[in-house]
Design a protein around this ligand. Structure first.
Ligand code: COA
Length: 164
């Protein structure tokens, strides 16, 4: 158990069962878990910021110590502003490692000793899931049940209904 606030940041476009696995496990390791949704990223988001937040809220309603927030700009600035002690990342497979290592080292410089990056290994059943693959399969009419939380799947279907 780590005291204080942990941050799980990402684009969550949309939140998947892989993300939720990390969130469920991490929520027991800290006092407060902030789920930080990045507002503007270079990667164009499939879902609007409001939709991404709403889907996270649906999926994490059972987690008492989770807070959904958003940030823009440098992660390290947000970490300092919210007094985050640990920034959580999920590692799925070796393909994640190089990128995560680069980011962790860069962020370590920016955190100036005030925060740490911590990693949880994704559970094997979720280690192949990514948001963009979910979007591609769903967009082409494929079945993504079990890859995203049920409430999120319903939300995605309603969105298709609205936007055609
Ligand atoms: N289960 C399922 N999917 C997972 C996962 C898990 N446990 N962990 C990662 N992923 C997937 C995501 O679904 C996403 O897939 P996609 O690319 O197909 O959509 C991908 O891995 C990475 O997404 P995400 O976790 O959202 O990270 P990111 O790389 O998009 O963004 C930030 C990470 C927001 C922390 C980073 O971009 C950031 O800090 N930005 C702010 C600017 C900044 O400070 N830059 C300097 C950083 S050194």
């Amino acid at each position: 158990m780590m005291r204080g606030t942990m941050l799980y940041a990402g684009s969550f476009d949309p939140i998947t069962n892989g993300h939720l696995d990390i969130i469920n496990r991490a929520s027991g390791l800290c006092d407060k878990l902030i789920i930080g949704v990045i507002v503007n990223k270079s990667k164009v988001a499939r879902y609007s910021f409001e939709d991404r937040k709403a889907m996270i809220a649906l999926a994490t309603v059972h987690i008492a110590n989770a807070e959904i927030d958003s940030f823009d700009g440098l992660l390290a600035d947000y970490v300092a502003a919210r007094r985050v002690g640990a920034v959580l990342r999920g590692l799925r497979a070796s393909m994640d490692f190089e990128y995560e290592m680069q980011m962790a080292h860069m962020n370590a410089r920016l955190y100036k000793g005030e925060a740490e990056t911590v990693f949880l290994m994704a559970s094997p059943e979720f280690s192949f899931i990514s948001s963009s693959m979910v979007n591609e399969v769903f967009g082409l009419g494929g079945d993504v049940a079990g890859l995203v939380p049920d409430g999120v799947l319903e939300y995605m279907k309603r969105r298709v209904g609205i936007h055609g």
